[in-house]
Design a protein around this ligand. Structure first.
Ligand code: ADP
Length: 390
């Protein structure tokens, strides 16, 4: 799977005068991954992420970037923070300059870029977050989503390899949150490794390549999201609730529906699951057989004889002549309307049936049943009475 870009090796951390926030955590982040660190408030998410760009130093254990243990001298931290950008939860704490340009330029200026390099870096970063033309705007006049973008641009201006965002959607409305997640996807496509923390499991579930479930400073589970979030007990322990689409999938599966292996992450995926579930579920058993008797064709047995040989088999009469023939033989058909579908329904319950009809209508029965069988991936047999009655 590529290279490890960040690694935590048995890290522990206690805040001064606080409780232990991180209690023995180890994991890898691969280059180019989208990882969500998910857990309730106070789980240790922010603390953990802050360790990745050196803002918090573990009491025990080490953090590695590009397979090298992080060093905490000024020069090393400066270099690390250029490569591992951190976007805080509250943009007001990150945005400090009077204009958007100055704010986004802060990092590149500090890194000693020339005026022209700074201008280019800011221009590129603002374009990446869709805020071209915002250079002279005072950040405090921007919307929450725009401020978030400015904060992201400030980090992007240094062209980091890794982008870490602490609760990136806090305070944003649903559409603003989706916009930010989409932006993160785009940045990921541009080659960034993206790590977010969130307690919004619905948001993390379709987005992340991998999820790390964190609670009380420990990792509960670490896997692809449908597995990480698919264990009701663990999700409950993390004081979260399972993503709705995943829960629905699991409930359908428990009820014996035959479902695609891939778990649904979007409404479209779920539609596919439902479609598959109910197509297969239409038939609980080996489908019954439909026998067609063409009353115009030569046949060695009469209708009444056939019926006597097959007690309990439902009979449908389709068309005027078939109904007349039934009447002549003093037989009352179970179905005289919508006969083909009614017999298909019988077949789906595993029951055999017979359709009495004439001429071309016999062909229609076969066609309709075959069409239905194809569409729902079933095998309902249609036989002509001549073929069976000898
Ligand atoms: P999360 O991001 O998952 O909400 P945090 O990393 O912010 O969790 O916090 C983890 C634990 O550390 C919590 O118990 C929190 O109260 C504690 N904590 C966080 N920041 C400080 C701090 N500056 N001083 C003391 N304790 C802190």
């Amino acid at each position: 799977m590529g290279r490890v870009i960040l690694e935590a090796r048995d890290i522990w951390y206690r805040y001064p005068r606080g409780m232990e926030a991180i209690r023995g955590i180890s994991f890898h982040i691969w280059r180019g991954e989208k990882v969500a660190v998910v857990g309730p408030n106070g789980a240790g998410k922010s603390t953990l992420l802050l360790m990745f760009n050196g803002m918090v130093k573990p009491d025990r254990g080490i953090i590695l970037f590009d397979n090298e243990p992080i060093r905490y001298d000024r020069a090393a931290l400066r270099e690390l923070r250029r490569k591992v950008g951190f976007v805080m939860q509250n943009p007001d704490r990150q945005i400090i300059s009077p204009t958007v340009f100055q704010d986004v330029a802060f990092g590149p200026v500090n890194l000693g870029y020339s005026g022209e390099e700074v201008r280019k870096a800011v221009e590129r970063a603002l374009a990446q977050v869709g805020l071209q033309g915002f250079e002279r705007r005072p950040p405090h006049q921007l919307s929450g989503g725009e401020k978030k973008r400015v904060a992201i641009a400030g980090v992007l201006a240094m062209d980091p390899d890794v982008l870490i965002l602490d609760e990136p959607t806090t305070g944003l409305d649903p559409s603003g949150s989706e916009d930010i997640m989409e932006l993160l996807d785009e940045l990921h496509h541009q080659g960034k490794t993206v790590i977010i923390s969130t307690h919004d499991i619905e948001l993390a579930y379709p987005w992340a390549d991998r999820a790390i479930l964190l609670t009380r400073g420990r990792i509960l589970q670490e896997d692809v999201p449908d597995i990480a979030f698919g264990d009701p007990e663990l999700v409950r322990m993390a004081r979260l609730s399972m993503p709705t689409l995943l829960e629905l999938y699991i409930e359908l599966k428990k009820r014996g529906f035959s479902l695609p292996e891939r778990k649904p992450k979007t409404v479209l995926d779920m539609l596919n699951v439902i479609d598959r579930a109910f197509r297969n579920r239409l038939c609980y058993t080996q489908p019954g057989r439909i026998t067609v008797l063409d009353v115009d064709a030569p046949c060695k047995v009469s209708l009444s004889e056939w019926r006597a040989r097959h007690p309990g088999v439902s009979l449908g009469a389709m068309g005027t002549r078939a109904k007349q023939r039934a009447a002549e033989e003093k037989i009352t058909p179970e179905f005289t309307y919508g006969v083909i579908d009614k017999c298909i329904l019988k077949a789906l319950l595993g029951e055999d049936s017979m359709i009495v009809t004439t001429g071309s209508m016999a062909g229609r029965v076969r066609e309709r049943v075959q069409e239905f069988s194809r569409e729902f991936n079933l095998d309902i047999e249609v036989v002509m009475a001549r073929e069976t009655i000898e």
